[in-house]
Each structure stands twice: as C-alpha cells, then as structure tokens.
Design a protein. Structure first.
Length: 413
C-alpha cells in the first residue's frame, strides 16, 4: 500500500513539474515576443527620428503636368491672402500662338498660361499716346491710373501715385519684385517707386533702397550700386540687406547666410536668358522667401519678349514666351497648393507688330514683324484664383486690372 501511495505521489510531482515547464516555456516565449515587439517599435521610431535630407531650395528643372494643370483649374480658391502679378513685357497674343506651334521648350501639353480657365483681353494705351511704353503701362498696372510715356509711379502732373506694392505693405504684407531685366527697368520701377523719368536710374536706385522690397531679384548690380553710392545714408542702409551679387550665391544667401532674415536683393549677374529655367527658379525662391501668415504681393516680369520684338528676332519671341511660361508654371503650382493665392498674368504692350500668315500650314520664317517698336493692339489677360472669372471673355483696360488686384490686396471682396 505504501508503495502504491509513493508511486502515486511521484506521478503527481512529475505531472506538476512538466506543467510548470510548459508554463515557463510559454512565459519565456511571450516575453521574447514582447521584447521583439518593443525592439521593432524602437527601431521604427529610431528610423523615423533620423534627420531628413534637406529639400533643395529651388528646382533645377521646372516640371509641370497636365494633371497639375487640371487640378489647378478645378481647385476651389478662397479669398486671397497672396497676390502674384506676372508681366510678359512686349508679349502679344500672336507670340503665344507661335510659341505653342514652334517651341521645343514648352511643356508636352502646351503652354500653361494659355490653358488657365479665366482668360480675357486688355487695352494698353497711355495718357499721352495710343501706343504705350513700359513705364506708363507699368504705372497703370500698378496704380490704376494712366500716365504719360516715360513716367513711373507718377501722374501726368508729376504727382506720386500710390502703387500696389506700397498698399500691400500698408496691409502688413511682404513685397517682392522679380525681373529678367535690370531691377531699375521701367516695369519693376513702375511697381515700386516714383520718378518723372524711367531714365533717372540713380534716383530710381535710391528710391528702391528707401522702399526696400522684402525680395528684389534682377540684373543691374553695378548700376544699382552706382546709384545708391551717391548718398552715404543710403549706402549705409545697404549693409542691412542680404545681398547676392551673382545667381550662384542665391541659395547660400537665402538659407545659410547670417543675414538670411533680412530683405534679400539678388542680382543675377546676367540678363536671364531664354532657353533656361532661371526666371522660374527665381520665382520659386521668391515665393519661399515671401511666405508668411499675413501674405504677400509678388510681381514677376520677363523682359525677353520685348527685346526680341525690338530686334525683330522671331526665334527670340518663341523662346521667351516658353521661358516665361516656366515661371508661370511655378506660380500656378503655388496657387494650387495655396488656394488663398491669386494669380494675374498680362502684358504691358505688344512689341514688334507680329503678324501671322493665313491658314495653319506655315513655317516660323513666314511670321512677319511690322515694326521694331511697340504696337497698340490688345494683349491677353490670364488669371487663376478667387474672383478671377471677372476677366473671363472680357476686354478690360489695364487700369481695371490694377483696380481688381488692389482690391484683392486690401481684402475688399
């Protein structure tokens, strides 16, 4: 009997030992699984916490797709905080037609500006002539008031006219001026300063320095420095500006310089030529620099279509419209990503009197110039953003464009 009891006790102990072994194994397995899980989470978090590679400050190549265009046209825009105003100097409607037909530099779906959903026309005559110059037209586009050819930011009696850049600043917005021309050219001057003559470059430089846009990009470094050196006070002010004397210095000055939070004056070191992306890149840099919670006003000019018209260079016309359109693509993409942005694109006047032959079966060499000066024909208006259906299918005066944009800057919608 004792032997049977001992045997039974042995069996119970053995079963208990095996059971504890199975439980220990199960606990060990679960613990191992938890450790593995924790290690996985730690590893994942460690991967996620790695410092990301900094994004390039601007695109080396300007890309834009038909899907981007369709999205931009269908986006529901809201009352604008940001206003982008683009001027194709000397760019006529026929220039756009021949660029669409003959350019190898346009996007594969065609020109962006010509496919924005709100399109109209504008008259351009000045207060002194049926055929305007860039100074009078820029003044009309920036102030809503006609003036005489040659005058910038003043009326026919030499009185200063408040321009859209000054109004934007009064509204707490940042201000940017970008051009492929000299920053002292007629168009940028008309949007920022005041003078009885577009040719008074030294006085224009002093005025720019005193107004001090938050971003000023263009050519003409030597002329600018020469102009401001006339006054010691103004020359001293230049020390409080983040200056890049060459396009290659832009990215460093805007991202790494100890002055990167100061107003940026970037001089390209060349007239931004056709066949490249530099105006688009300058536009992209300006947009990133100007972005803030109160919004901005940015004027962008391409002067190449005007120069090509004066020299009767038909290939130059084609190239420069495509060149300008790369900057348009940058602006349109910004609008698409920031629906509180308004974009207006127009021309100050047409240059060269470009005429097309009858029919569609013609070569570029068949396109003719009728003048080496400006013409008085209507120009195009292309727009995107809240309220810009105002321009769709209409012919307005260039002063009407200014009044529309100024209301947007003031928030009077």
């Amino acid at each position: 009997m004792k032997k049977i009891i001992a045997l039974l006790l042995s069996l119970v102990l053995l079963v208990g030992f095996v059971g504890c072994g199975e439980q220990a194994s199960d606990v060990s397995s679960k613990a191992s699984s938890k450790v593995s899980s924790v290690q996985s989470v730690v590893s994942k978090n460690a991967t996620q916490s790695k410092v990301p590679e900094p994004e390039p400050f601007y695109s080396k190549v300007i890309t834009f797709t038909k899907a981007d265009l369709d999205k931009a046209n269908s986006t529901q825009y809201v009352k604008p905080k940001n206003i982008i105003f683009m001027v194709g100097d000397g760019m006529g409607l026929n220039d756009i037609t021949i660029c669409n037909k003959f350019s190898d530099f346009k996007f594969d779906f065609g020109l962006v500006l010509d496919q924005l959903k709100n399109k109209g026309f504008a008259t351009t005559k000045s207060a002194s002539s049926e055929v305007t110059d860039s100074a009078a037209s820029a003044t009309a586009l920036a102030t809503g008031t006609k003036t005489a050819n040659g005058m910038v930011g003043q009326d026919m009696y030499g009185r200063d006219l408040k321009n859209i850049s000054e109004i934007a600043r009064e509204c707490g917005k940042k201000v940017g001026i970008v051009t492929s021309d000299s920053v002292l050219g007629a168009t940028p001057s008309g949007f920022a300063v005041h003078n009885i003559s577009r040719n008074n470059t030294a006085e224009l430089a002093l005025s720019f320095m005193k107004f001090k846009p938050d971003v000023l990009i263009g050519n003409g470094y030597n002329d600018f420095i020469s102009g401001i050196s006339a006054e010691e006070d103004t020359k001293a002010m230049f020390k409080n500006v983040n200056v890049a004397a060459d396009f290659g210095m832009f990215e460093y000055c805007l991202t790494k310089s100890e002055k990167k939070d100061l107003p940026f004056f970037g001089f390209t070191g060349f007239g931004m030529k056709s066949g490249d992306y530099r105006l688009g890149q300058a536009t992209e840099m300006a947009l990133k620099t100007l972005e803030n919670e109160n919004g901005f006003f940015l004027m962008i000019e391409n002067a190449g279509t005007d120069s090509a018209g004066h020299s009767n260079n038909i290939q130059g016309k084609v190239d420069n419209v495509a060149f300008f359109d790369k900057a348009v693509a940058v602006a349109v993409k910004y609008c698409m990503e920031h629906p509180d942005t308004m974009l207006i694109i127009t021309s100050d006047h047409e240059t060269g009197g470009v005429t097309l032959p009858e029919g569609d079966d013609y070569q570029l060499s068949d396109v003719k110039f009728t003048t080496d000066g400006h013409s008085g024909v209507n120009v195009g208006v292309f727009a995107l953003g809240y309220g810009t259906e105002y321009f769709n299918g209409k012919t307005v005066d260039n002063t009407d464009i200014a009044k529309f944009a100024i209301k947007a800057v003031k928030g009077e919608w």
